[in-house]
Each structure stands twice: as structure tokens, then as C-alpha cells.
Design a binder for this molecule. Sequence first.
Ligand SMILES: C[S@@+](CC[C@H](N)C(=O)[O-])C[C@H]1O[C@@H](n2cnc3c(N)ncnc32)[C@H](O)[C@@H]1O
Length: 335
Amino acid sequence: MIKSIKKIHDITQWLLHSSKENDAGLILDLYNFYAQFQTEEDNEGDITLKNGIALSKKHASDCIKDYKRTACFLRGIYKAISTCLQKFPNTEINILYAGCGPYAPLLLPLLSFFESKYIKATLIDINQSSIVVVKKIISELGYKTYISDITIADATQYKHNKNIPLHIIIAETMFHALTKEPQVAITQNLAPQLIEGGILIPEEISITLGYSFFSKEPFLNQYNNTYHVANLINQNTKRKFVETLFSLTKSENKDIVDSSYFESKWYPIPKNYEETPDVCIYTYIKVFDTFQLQYEDSLITNPYCLTSLYNLQKQSKFKIKYSIENIPNWEITVS
Ligand SMILES: C[S@@+](CC[C@H](N)C(=O)[O-])C[C@H]1O[C@@H](n2cnc3c(N)ncnc32)[C@H](O)[C@@H]1O
């Protein structure tokens, strides 16, 4: 495959303008395009941080293959940049991409659709091997005029230069039910650094509690490099949604933003739960505007099972706690 801006531009152009049925093939084209830039050495594996795991270069590069996710983010971010250009006319739009990985795949493919005098990107990742690769790609493709900075930094601590207004922040450092990776801590640190009217991507991540028959739930399955929705036949599987626990947005993180945990109220153990015996967490992502990921669309929105109600049989109520300390995770308390 040819290593040129034209090639990546053409693939992305197709993606932005063709129907979703073509997403899997086009995202594979994008992955193969990027794979040409991989370097052999990967000195760092996953890195364990104070608020979650930062994926290794190899694992981060694989994220692109979660094709509905990648396609949805690219379409949403294209719209977000276009919206920002209209909202702030004749202004240089500054974009911070936190956790860009080796390919910066949610932004680099879009740059050539805009004039470099209006778009300036800062790319950060904590993984040095990823930064080495992304620098190489930018240099080889001639994207330098679009770039303000590429830095190894911890996005949970990073402070953007106060003299440069931040219009858009992109961060996809998450796994389903916001477990494992540091999305929440990164959002807590970065969202307040946006200028008034700036855009956080994803615009919203919402976390909902529900009861279901977990083993019947449709979910995106990854096997041997192929992605397909398992249990599709059960698309109408019975779910009883209890309530949205919290949403992560640029401003309305009242339940979680100032603390390192979220704690729910007490819920009575339901009386009849044969049809929906599992306590589940559902993740919904609004990337931007109408570009959204539903529960079984991607590895990062797959349903997550906390426990079976059969384990709680002798109890009368339970509450759940989400903590971002060490490795973000959920726990259940019963009474
Ligand atoms: C799930 S991967 C996603 C990579 C790429 N953004 C994509 O969407 O395909 C998350 C990336 O965030 C980086 N990361 C995780 N925690 C970080 C932190 N605290 N500061 C900077 N980068 C971080 C990881 O090293 C990894 O490259």
C-alpha cells in the first residue's frame, strides 16, 4: 500500500461518505495503511498508573480494529471540528488528543480535510513507544504543519499552555463500564481546561444499571482478528433498566468529577428475577451530536456483568461503588 496522505485521505473520504455497511472493510484498509509504519521494538508493555492501565503500543494499535467505534469517532470528530470552525470563525482551532496511541487514528485521518492554518493538534500519550511511531507517521506523511506538539505525558496530570485556548479535547482511553483504563481521571483533569464553548469528545459517556440475563446479551466479540456481534438473535433480550448512575460530560460530572469514586443508593433485591438474574452495567457513548455508540456496538460499550442476583439471595438490598483508584472497577455491597 502507498504511504501517502492521498491514500489515507481517500480511505477516510469513503468512510465519511459511504454507508455503515462498508465500515468494517474501510477500517481494515485504515489499519493496513497504518501497519506499514509499525516499528519492531516495543519496550513497554501495558503501564499501570494511579488511575488505570495505559495500553502498550501493540494493544493500543489494535483498538482501531473495533471498527464501529473507530468509524463513529471519525465521523463525530469530523463534525465536531467543522462545528468548531463555524463557531470560532477565522480562529486557529487547537485540539488536544490525549492517549493518541501509535496511530492517533481518531484524528490524523481527518487532518487533510481541513486547512492547516486553521487546525493545530497536540498529541500526548504516556507510552514512549507509541509516541515514537506517531512521530514517524507525521513526519513521513508530511502532517507537520498541523501539529503543535507531540509529547510523552500523563493525561491525568497534563496542563495545557494557558496562553493557547483549547477548543477540542479527544480522549478514548476506556474499556466497557469504564473499567481498567483511566478515562474518568483524564476527563477530570482535562475537561476544565477547555475554553467556554469548547467540545469534549466523547460529549457524553453514560453508565446505567440494569438487570438482564447476561449470557443472552448481544455483545461485540473479537476472535482471531474478526469482530462480530454474538447473541444477535437475542437482540430483544429482556432488560430491566434501573437508572442512569452517572454521566461523564465536560461539565455535568456532579456525581464523580470531584472525587475518586461514585457510590449508588441502596437498591432492594428484586422479588422475581428468573428472567433477568444478573446485575449489569450498560455503557452508552455520544461521541458528538448524532454519532453514538449503543451497547453492543463496540468493545468499549459492551454490557458488563457485576454479579448474579442468585448470589445475593439471602440479602435484602445492595449498593454499588465505582472507584477510579488503582484499576477502575466496580464492587457491590450487600445488607
Ligand atoms: C484504548 S487506547 C486508544 C488509542 C487510540 N486513541 C485509539 O482510539 O485507537 C488508549 C491510549 O491511551 C494511552 N493512555 C492511557 N492512559 C494514559 C494517560 N494517563 N496519559 C496519557 N496516555 C494514556 C495509552 O497508552 C493508549 O495509547
